[in-house]
Design a protein. Structure first.
Ligand code: FAD
Lengths: 789, 261
C-alpha cells in the first residue's frame, strides 16, 4: 500500500502518546529546579494600594518573591500586540501596556500580581498565601453593550474602546438596504468560550551564566515567535541569547499562540535567582488566565430584492477583547471576521463596523476558527432567518445566492479574492448523505413520540493558511506569514524534515512524512520530523489558522524539489548523462531511453562519500531548505447539516445526525482529515449546546471548573457522516486548503438552525448559544404562554 | 494540598482511636470529594484516617432489608448480584454516578456522610426507608439528613453500614447537570405495601427531601397520570446558572413521571 499522499496511514506519533511516553514541558526536570506560583487578583478591577511580601519572603523554602515593581525596575516589557488596525477616524488601535506582573492596577480576576519562587510547589503556594495585597476596588466592567460608558480600565483607552474599525462600502450598502424589497434584521451573540487544551500551560526556564543565555521550554504553538517576542521586544536581549523549545504540546486551539506573562516572568526570574524555574498552570488558573475565545454581539441587516437575491449586507459588531490586548486579539474580529462576511454568497454590497472593547475579564483572542466561526455563525443564522421570512427552503435560498462556479476567481466586497470553489455539489452531497428530502417524515415520526425534530444547514467558507505576508502587512500584521522547511538527507538516504510549523495534535510527523514519501519514494519509516526548537528549526511562524499544510507543507515541497534537483545533477554525473535526460520516478533516477538507473539511496551516499562527484559544479551533501510565502489565503468550504431532536418536557437537545461535506482541496491523509473534522464539529457542538464562560456582574468567573463549564463528551455527539468534494487550491503545489478549523466554523449555526427549525411549530424564531436545556425549556414555556394569551 | 498525616487502621475501633488522637482529623473513604477539597486547600485536616481497611464493604441480604457496608464502592453496588436482584434501582443509581474512575473509588458511606445536595445516594436512603448504622447508634433516614451538606453525624462518628428496606418496586431517574453530571434533579420512587415514597435530590435548598403530595397521589394510584394535577412549587428549590427553581420544579415532576412509567 502506498504511504504517500492520499493514504490513510496510522499516525507515526501515536505510539508515543498512547503509551504515555509523550514528553511535555511539565515532564522535564532540571537539577536545582525551583517552582513558581503566581499570586493572582481575586477582584476584577482595583488599584493596588500596597503589596507586602515580607512574610512570604521569610517563609520556609522561599527563594524569591517578585512584584511588578521589580519587573519595572529591570525594564522588562509586556507581551506585544501582533496585529493592529486603523480606526474609522484615522487614529491607531489603542495599545495599553500589559505588564507581566501588575503595576499599580489589576484588571481581571486572575491577573498576575506577584510571583513566589520556592524549593517546592507546596512551599510556593503556602508562601503565596502570605503575600498581602491591599486593593482599592473599582467598578467591574463586564457587560459588553454598556462597556463604553463604564469605568475606565486603561487611561490609554478612552471609552474602553481599543479600536473602531470598518471594512466595505458603507454608502452603497446603506443604499442597498434602502432600496431593498425586504430587509432581514437579526441580532446574534457569539458566546464566550474557554479553550481548555488538555495540557495546561507550562514553562521551564533556565539561565546559563556562562553563555549568558536563557532556555525556555514552554507550551507554545509557535516557539520561534515566542523567542522573537520575549528576546527582542520584552527583554531587549540578543535573540540568540534565548532558546525556546515547545516539546510535546497537548492541544492549543489558539490559546498557546501568544506569549503569556507567566513564561516571561519565569524566564526573567531564572536569571535573577540563577536557578531553573518550573511553572505549570492548574486547571483553575487555566480557566482564569488562558486567553478566551469569541464573545461578540453582531447586529445584522440583509437586503433582498424582489427575487430574493441578496443585494446588500451590513454587520455592526461589538466584541469583547478583555482586560489587555492579546497578540492577535485585534486581527480576529477584523481581518479574520469582516473579510469573511460574503461567505459563499454573491453579495454586491457589504459594510461592517467592528468595535473592540475592553472589559475587566480575561483577554480574548483566537480560538479554533478565530473570527471565521463568528462570521459564519451570523451569516448562516441570517440566511435561515431570511429563508424563513420569504418562505423558501433554506437550501433553495442558499443556492439562489451561491457564487456560481464559473465566477472564480471571485472578488468579494470585503477584500478577499476566492481562487476556486463549487458550492452546489457540496450541498447536494450533504443533503444526500442525511436524506434531506425525507426529513418531514422523520419530523412527523418524532412528533408521534412527543419530540420536536429539526434540521439545520450551514454552508460556510473560511480562509486558511493565512498569507501572503505583503497583504497581511498592509492590513496591519506586524509579522510575516510564510513558513520554512528544511530537508536533511542522511548518507544512507534516511531523512529528517525540519519545519517551522508546530504539531500539538495535528499529526505533522505523519502527514509531512507522507509528502516526503510521495515525492522521494522513500518509506515513511525513514522520515523523521523535528519541530518546535528554535535552536534546531529555521525561523517559522508556527501552527494556527489551519496553515501548517497549506503553508508549511508547501514550503516542504519546495525544499524537496531542491533536493530532487540536486540529486538529478548527481545522478547525471554518476551515469554520465546530461541532467535534462534524468527522470525521477518512485525513488529512482533513470536516464531516459536507457536502462540506467540509480536509487535515491545511492545518490545520497554519493553526496556524502563524494569520491566520484562533480566537485567543480556541485557541493557535497544533500540538505536543502526553503521558505514559502503563499500568494493568497486558501478557501476551504463546505456544507454541514445537523439534525436534532428536542424534548419539550426537559428542553434537552439531542444531536441525532450529522452530514458534513467539505472541500479541503487534496487530502494528504484522509484519516487525519476526518479526525480534524470530527474534533472541529465536537467543539462546535460544545459551543452551540454546552459551553459558556460566565462572569457575574462583579467580574467573577462563575464557570471556572468542569463542575460548571460544560465540555462536550462522546455521548453528546452523534456519529458523523463525512464526505468531500475537491477543487484543488490553485496556488500551492499540493493543491491543499487546510482542514483544522472547518468543523468548528461550520457547525454552530447548523445546530442552532436545526433547533430553531425543530421549535418553529411553536412560533420560535430565535435561540442563543449555548442552547442549554434550561434555555430551550424556557423558550418553549414562553411560546406556550404567548399562545395562550 | 497542605501536608498532613495519614493512617490506615484495620478496624472501626482503631479508626475511632486514631481520629480521637487528631485535632481536626478526617475519615478518608473513596477520597473523591475530600481529596479535591484538600488539593484546593479548602480544608487542612491534621490527619487522614483511611477507613478502607476497616472491613466495611460487605453487602448482604438480611430478609426485610439489604445491608450495604459504608466502604462499598459505587462499582461494587452497581455490579453486585444481590443488589441487582433485590433492589435493582439501587444498582442502577450507583451505575449512574460520575464516571468509571469515580465509581471505582467513591463509596456509599462517603456520599451519604457528605450529603451533597446534588448527590444521588441520599435520595435512595430517604426513599428506601433506610437505617444508617454508625459505630454507636442507628439512625432513621428521616432523621439523618439535616440540611445541605449537613447530617446528624456527630464529630468522629463513623457510618458502618446502611440497611435499605426492600420495596415492591423502585426506580431512580436522574437529570444530570450537563457539566458536572451530578443530579440537577434526581428522583427516587419506592413503592411499599404501606405506600409510596418519593425522594428528590439535586433540587432542594435544604438538600434531599420527600415530596409528600406526590407520595400520596402515587400511593393511591401508582401511575404517571396521577401526577398530572400536581403543581410542584418552586420555592425552596435551588436556582443557579444551570437551572432556575421553576425549571427544577418542572424536572421534579417530569423525572417522577418517568420513574413510575
Ligand atoms: C467527577 C466526579 C463526579 C461525581 N459524580 C457524582 C454523581 O453523579 N452522583 C453522586 O451522587 N456523586 C457523584 N460524585 C461523588 C462521589 O460519587 C462520592 O460519592 C463522593 O465523592 C463521596 O464519597 P467518597 O467515598 O469519595 O468520600 P470521601 O471523599 O473520602 O469523603 C467525603 C466526606 O465523607 C466523610 N466520610 C467518608 N466516609 C465516611 C464514613 N463511613 N463515616 C463518616 N464519614 C465518612 C469524609 O470524612 C469526608 O468528609 C462525583 C465525584 C466526582 C469527583
Amino acid at each position: 500500500m502506498s504511504e504517500g499522499i492520499g493514504a490513510s496511514v496510522l499516525r507515526k506519533e501515536d505510539k508515543k502518546f498512547l503509551t504515555g511516553k509523550g514528553r511535555y514541558t511539565d515532564d522535564i526536570n532540571r537539577s536545582g529546579q525551583t517552582h513558581a506560583y503566581f499570586v493572582r487578583s481575586d477582584v476584577a478591577h482595583a488599584n493596588i494600594k500596597s503589596i507586602d511580601t515580607k512574610a512570604a519572603s521569610a517563609a520556609s523554602g522561599v527563594v524569591a518573591v517578585y512584584t511588578g515593581e521589580d519587573v519595572a525596575a529591570d525594564g522588562i516589557g509586556g507581551p506585544i500586540c501582533g496585529w493592529v488596525v486603523p480606526c474609522r477616524d484615522g487614529s491607531p488601535t489603542k495599545e495599553p501596556p500589559h505588564p507581566i506582573l501588575a503595576n499599580g492596577k489589576v484588571r481581571y480576576v486572575g491577573d498576575h500580581v506577584a510571583v513566589v519562587i520556592a524549593e517546592t510547589l507546596a512551599q510556593a503556594k503556602s508562601a503565596a498565601e502570605l503575600v498581602e495585597v491591599e486593593f482599592e476596588e473599582l467598578p467591574a466592567v463586564v457587560d459588553l453593550e454598556s462597556a463604553s460608558s463604564s469605568a475606565e480600565i486603561h487611561k490609554e483607552v478612552p471609552d474602553n474602546c481599543y479600536f473602531d474599525w470598518e471594512l466595505g462600502d458603507e454608502a452603497s450598502t446603506d443604499k442597498a438596504l434602502e432600496s431593498a424589497s425586504r430587509v432581514v434584521k437579526l441580532q446574534v451573540k457569539n458566546n464566550r468560550l474557554v479553550p481548555n487544551a488538555m495540557e495546561p500551560r507550562a514553562a521551564l526556564a533556565e539561565y546559563d551564566d556562562v553563555s549568558e543565555s536563557y532556555t525556555l521550554h514552554t507550551t507554545s504553538q509557535n516557539p520561534q515567535l515566542t523567542r522573537l517576542v520575549i528576546a527582542a521586544f520584552m527583554f531587549q536581549i540578543p535573540e540568540s541569547k534565548l532558546r525556546v523549545v515547545a516539546p510535546d504540546v497537548g492541544g492549543g486551539f489558539g490559546s498557546k499562540i501568544y506569549v503569556y506573562a507567566e513564561e516571561a516572568v519565569c524566564t526573567w526570574a531564572s536569571k535573577k535567582i540563577n536557578r531553573p524555574i518550573k511553572w505549570t498552570a492548574d486547571r483553575t488558573q487555566a480557566f482564569l488566565s488562558d486567553a478566551h475565545g469569541r464573545d461578540h454581539i453582531n447586529n445584522v441587516q440583509l437586503a433582498l430584492d424582489d427575487n430574493n437575491k441578496i443585494i446588500g449586507l451590513r454587520v455592526d459588531t461589538i466584541c469583547n477583547l478583555g482586560s489587555y490586548l492579546s497578540a492577535f486579539a485585534v486581527s480576529v474580529p477584523t481581518y479574520l471576521h469582516g473579510t469573511l462576511l460574503s461567505g459563499v454568497y454573491d453579495i454586491p454590497a457589504i459594510y461592517t463596523n467592528v468595535k473592540g472593547m475592553a472589559t475587566t475579564t480575561a483577554p480574548v483572542d483566537a480560538y479554533r476558527g478565530a473570527g471565521r466561526p463568528e462570521a459564519t455563525y451570523l451569516l448562516e443564522r441570517t440566511m435561515d432567518a431570511a429563508a424563513r421570512e420569504v418562505g423558501m427552503d433554506p437550501t433553495e435560498f442558499r443556492r439562489l445566492n451561491f457564487i456560481p462556479k464559473d465566477a472564480f476567481p471571485y472578488q468579494t466586497q470585503v477584500a478577499l479574492q476566492y481562487d476556486t470553489g463549487d458550492y452546489e455539489p457540496q450541498l447536494d452531497q450533504a443533503m444526500e448523505m442525511i436524506d434531506y428530502k425525507n426529513f418531514e417524515n422523520r419530523r412527523s415520526e418524532a412528533a408521534k413520540r412527543g419530540m420536536y425534530r429539526g434540521i439545520g444547514v450551514s454552508t460556510y467558507i473560511e480562509a486558511c493558511g493565512i498569507a501572503p505576508s505583503a497583504v497581511a502587512g498592509a492590513l496591519g500584521s506586524r509579522v510575516g506569514l510564510y513558513e520554512s522547511a528544511s530537508v536533511r538527507v542522511d548518507p544512507t538516504g534516511t531523512i529528517t524534515v525540519f519545519t517551522g510549523a508546530h504539531s500539538h495534535g495535528q499529526g505533522h510527523a505523519t502527514t509531512f512524512a507522507q509528502i516526503v514519501s510521495e515525492k522521494l519514494g522513500v518509506p515513511l519509516a525513514n522520515v523523521d520530523l523535528i519541530h518546535g526548537d528554535s535552536e534546531k528549526n529555521s525561523f517559522g511562524m508556527g501552527t494556527y489558522g489551519s496553515r501548517s499544510l497549506a503553508v508549511g507543507g508547501a514550503a516542504l515541497v519546495k525544499a524537496l524539489d531542491k533536493v530532487i534537483e540536486k540529486s538529478k545533477k548527481i545522478a547525471a554525473h554518476l551515469m554520465e548523462a546530461s541532467v535534462e535526460d534524468v527522470e525521477f520516478n518512485e525513488g529512482k533516477f533513470a536516464i531516459a531511453g536507457t536502462d540506467k538507473e540509480k536509487a535515491f539511496g545511492e545518490i545520497a551516499l554519493a553526496a556524502y562519500v563524494p569520491h566520484n562527484y562533480p566537485h567543480e559544479t556541485l557541493e557535497p551533501g544533500l540538505e536543502e531548505s526553503a521558505f514559502y510565502d503563499p500568494l493568497n489565503f486558501t478557501y476551504p468550504s463546505g456544507a454541514h447539516i445537523a439534525e436534532v431532536e428536542v424534548d419539550p418536557a426537559t428542553g434537552v437537545v439531542e444531536v441525532v445526525d450529522w452530514a458534513a461535506c467539505d472541500d479541503f482541496g487534496n487530502l494528504i491523509n484522509p484519516m487525519i482529515v476526518e479526525g480534524q473534522v470530527h474534533g472541529g464539529i465536537a467543539q462546535g457542538i460544545g459551543q452551540a449546546l454546552l459551553e459558556n464562560a460566565h462572569y457575574d456582574e462583579n467580574g467573577q468567573l462563575l464557570t471556572a471548573s468542569y463542575m460548571d463549564y460544560c465540555m462536550p463528551r462522546a455521548d453528546d455527539l452523534p456519529s458523523f457522516k463525512v464526505g468531500y468534494t475537491n477543487t484543488p487550491c490553485t496556488h500551492n503545489d499540493l493543491g491543499v486548503k487546510g482542514c483544522g478549523e472547518a468543523g468548528a466554523i461550520a457547525s454552530p449555526p447548523a445546530i442552532i438552525n436545526a433547533v430553531i427549525d425543530a421549535l418553529s411549530p411553536l412560533g420560535i424564531t430565535d435561540m442563543s448559544m449555548p442552547a442549554t436545556p434550561l434555555k430551550v425549556w424556557k423558550a418553549i414555556q414562553d411560546s406556550q404562554s404567548v399562545a395562550a394569551e | 494540598m497542605y501536608s498532613t498525616k495519614y493512617v490506615k487502621p484495620n478496624s472501626t475501633s482503631e479508626a475511632l482511636e486514631a481520629i480521637k488522637s487528631l485535632n481536626e482529623g478526617k475519615f478518608l473513604a473513596g477520597g473523591m470529594t475530600l481529596i479535591p477539597t484538600l488539593k484546593q486547600r479548602l480544608a487542612s485536616p491534621d490527619g487522614l484516617v483511611d477507613i478502607s481497611g476497616c472491613k466495611l464493604d460487605s453487602i448482604s441480604d438480611e430478609g426485610e432489608t439489604l445491608r450495604i457496608g459504608a466502604m462499598s464502592r459505587h462499582v461494587s453496588v452497581a455490579e453486585s448480584a444481590v443488589v441487582k436482584k433485590v433492589i435493582p434501582a439501587l444498582a442502577k443509581l450507583a451505575e449512574g454516578i460520575g464516571d468509571r474512575q469515580v465509581r471505582n473509588r467513591g463509596t456509599l458511606g462517603g456520599s451519604v456522610a457528605n450529603n451533597d445536595p446534588s448527590a444521588c445516594y441520599p435520595s435512595a436512603v430517604l426513599a428506601l426507608k433506610a437505617t444508617v448504622h454508625t459505630n454507636n447508634r442507628s439512625l432513621a433516614a428521616n432523621d439523618f439528613f439535616t440540611g445541605m451538606f449537613e447530617t446528624a453525624l456527630e464529630e468522629d462518628e463513623i457510618i458502618e453500614s446502611i440497611s435499605f428496606s426492600k420495596p415492591i418496586n423502585a426506580n431512580y431517574i436522574k437529570f444530570p447537570n450537563p457539566a458536572s453530571r451530578y443530579a440537577m434533579v434526581g428522583v427516587f420512587v419506592a413503592q411499599f405495601d404501606d405506600g409510596v415514597r418519593v425522594a428528590v435530590t439535586g433540587a432542594g435548598e435544604g438538600g434531599v427531601f420527600r415530596h409528600e403530595e406526590m407520595e400520596s397521589a402515587l400511593s393511591s394510584n401508582f401511575s404517571a397520570d396521577s401526577l398530572k394535577s400536581i403543581n410542584i412549587a418552586s420555592d425552596g428549590l435551588i436556582s443557579d446558572l444551570h437551572a432556575s427553581s421553576e425549571y427544577r420544579a418542572n424536572l421534579i415532576k417530569e423525572m417522577t413521571k418517568r420513574a413510575v412509567a
